[in-house]
Design a protein around this ligand. Structure first.
Ligand code: NAD
Length: 507
């Protein structure tokens, strides 16, 4: 494989995982080795941030914030625009790195970088639209309004499966809002973080920006905990498992900080009697096997009307038979590997659990040997009861559950019966059914689609989910408000000072 992309992104065998800006602080003694799930080879090493380096970074970020918050928002947008241009220049290389380090298909790797570019464009426009409100004061000759100010340091903790896009959804919006960012990428894909930071460093240098506006730290959850406990970091945006989110939420709440949580999903498609079968097959197949079932929005459950059940099951099983599994950088393959051996174990245990509770495998799973690493698995399909315990959990792997329903009330109840609430969809050509699904008595998820699968989302809308998915919203729409502090202002331009509740305070 041609690995020129590694050099193009400024990566080497040993990489500094902490953007301290201080010579000599790079300490490769403790490092993370990033091995590709594609072929098992070590791509490079990234030094783990020390407590001293963390202190230096937070101090520098604190200083940088004092400058950055005074830069006019449209000018901040111009810097983000330049970052978007730099991403366009390196799209091919960064997409290849994402694919090689994380294992998703090359097309999805490029797609992830395109999402970064799109959020840059969105943030540039937003930089001229950080609108507040004005309202009428009840007092004469007074003016009232609300405005939004930058918050400070935004701590971003990200998951392995979107190793570059999730950071950009947070960072680009936070930057135009006037915040500075400290990013701890997943320890399973640390080189992607270093590559993004290297691209940022060039843009920052070309604009004579102080260091400390965008910062990188690296390590496992303990390094993440330094930030969640740190009162100098007013907002923690954390993406990952529900287990992680519960720990982060408690730590941040204990110091009354703000948290934005983007956690696990358990996403379902309801397939109704009137569903268009071409849309069903494309949506379900891509949703279930794309990124080898490692998207927070992956389709995990199909809730199928009994009249269409056998048809959907048989057609899907046939489509699974045609899937090409292998090196994700080879564009003829549809499905790459899981992230690591531990994920393969979790997947195998889940299949055992399905069988133990009486589920029936329609397409059987298992590890596939001889494809380059130990991380390749067979995407599988299981028929289960609607109340299956296994189907209540998010197993981060390509396992698709099929279940039957008789009427729409029952389908919606099954869809909503899981603890997670991220993405959901209905396949129908019946307007009454789609409207019911989108109504207050329909899907309880943060994302509800009609005739589109559950997987992925456009950056223009606010992204996130309810219940154990954490309740956070990021990316488009008015998600920017969480990255700012809100202030209400009242200005008296009269010569009187009327007191509240008619109180007279004559001295
Ligand atoms: P993970 O929870 O194992 O790790 C995510 C990140 O959190 C890592 O950077 C990790 O070091 C850090 N972390 C873990 N425990 C922590 C703690 N106590 N304090 C501070 N930091 C901590 O998740 P993963 O395996 O990398 O990612 C897969 C999970 O992420 C899935 O559940 C998936 O659904 C979810 N995910 C959700 C979204 C979303 O937008 N809702 C997007 C992508 C992934």
């Amino acid at each position: 494989m041609n690995k020129d992309f590694i050099q193009e992104l400024g990566l080497s065998a040993d990489n500094d995982g902490s953007s301290t800006g201080q010579q000599g602080m790079h300490n490769p003694a403790a490092h993370i080795s990033s091995a590709s799930p594609v072929d098992g080879a070590e791509i490079g090493r990234v030094s783990v941030t020390t407590p001293e380096q963390y202190e230096a970074i937070i101090e520098r970020a604190t200083e940088a914030f004092k400058h950055w918050r005074t830069v006019p928002a449209p000018r901040r947008g111009e810097i983000v625009r330049q970052y978007g241009e730099a991403l366009r220049e390196h799209k091919d290389a960064l997409g290849r790195l994402v694919s090689y380090e994380m294992g998703k298909s090359l097309q999805e790797g490029w797609g992830e970088v395109q999402e970064m570019i799109d959020i840059c464009d969105f943030a540039v426009g937003l930089s001229r639209q950080l609108h507040g409100f004005t309202m009428h004061s009840e007092r004469p000759l007074h003016r009232m309004y609300e405005q939004y100010h930058p918050l400070g340091i935004v701590g971003v903790i990200s998951a392995f499966n979107f190793p570059v896009a999730v950071w950009s959804w947070n960072a680009m919006i936070a930057l135009v809002c006037g915040d500075v960012v400290v990013w701890k990428p997943s320890e399973k894909a640390p080189l992607c973080g270093v590559a993004c930071q290297n691209i940022w460093a060039k843009v920052a240098a070309a604009n004579d920006l102080p260091e400390g506006i965008s910062n990188l730290i690296n390590g496992d959850y303990t390094v993440g905990e330094w930030m969640t406990k740190d009162t100098r970091v007013p907002l923690i945006s954390a993406t990952g498992s529900t287990r992680m989110g519960k720990a982060v939420a408690q730590t941040v709440a204990a110091r009354l900080g703000k948290s934005l949580l983007e956690l696990g999903g358990n996403n379902a498609i309801i397939i109704t009697p009137s569903a268009d079968m071409d849309l069903v097959l494309t949506g379900a197949l891509f949703g279930a096997v794309g990124t080898c079932g490692q998207r927070c929005t992956s389709t995990r459950r199909l809730i199928i009307h009994e009249s269409r059940y056998e048809e959907v099951r048989d057609k899907l099983a046939k489509a699974y038979g045609q899937l090409k599994i292998g090196d994700p950088l080879d564009e003829k393959n549809h499905v790459g590997p899981l992230i690591d051996a531990q994920s393969v174990e979790t997947y195998l245990k889940a299949i055992e659990g399905i069988k133990a509770e009486g589920g029936k495998m329609v397409v059987d799973g298992g590890r596939i040997d001889g494809l380059g690493s130990d991380c390749y698995v067979q995407p599988c399909i299981a028929e289960v009861e609607a109340d299956s315990k296994m189907a209540q959990q998010e197993t981060f792997a390509p396992i698709l559950y099929l279940m039957k329903y008789r009427d729409l009330d029952e389908a919606i109840a099954i869809q909503n019966s899981v603890p997670q609430g991220l993405s959901s969809a209905i396949m129908t050509t019946n307007m009454r059914e789609s409207e019911r699904f989108l109504s207050a008595t329909g899907s309880d998820c943060g994302i509800a689609n009609v005739n589109i699968g559950t997987s992925g989302a456009e950056i223009g809308g606010a992204f996130g989910g309810e219940k154990e998915t954490g309740g956070g919203r990021e990316s488009g729409s008015d998600a920017w408000k969480v990255y700012m502090r809100r202030q209400t202002n009242t200005i008296n331009y009269s010569t009187e000072l009327p007191l509240a509740q008619g109180i007279s305070f004559n001295l």
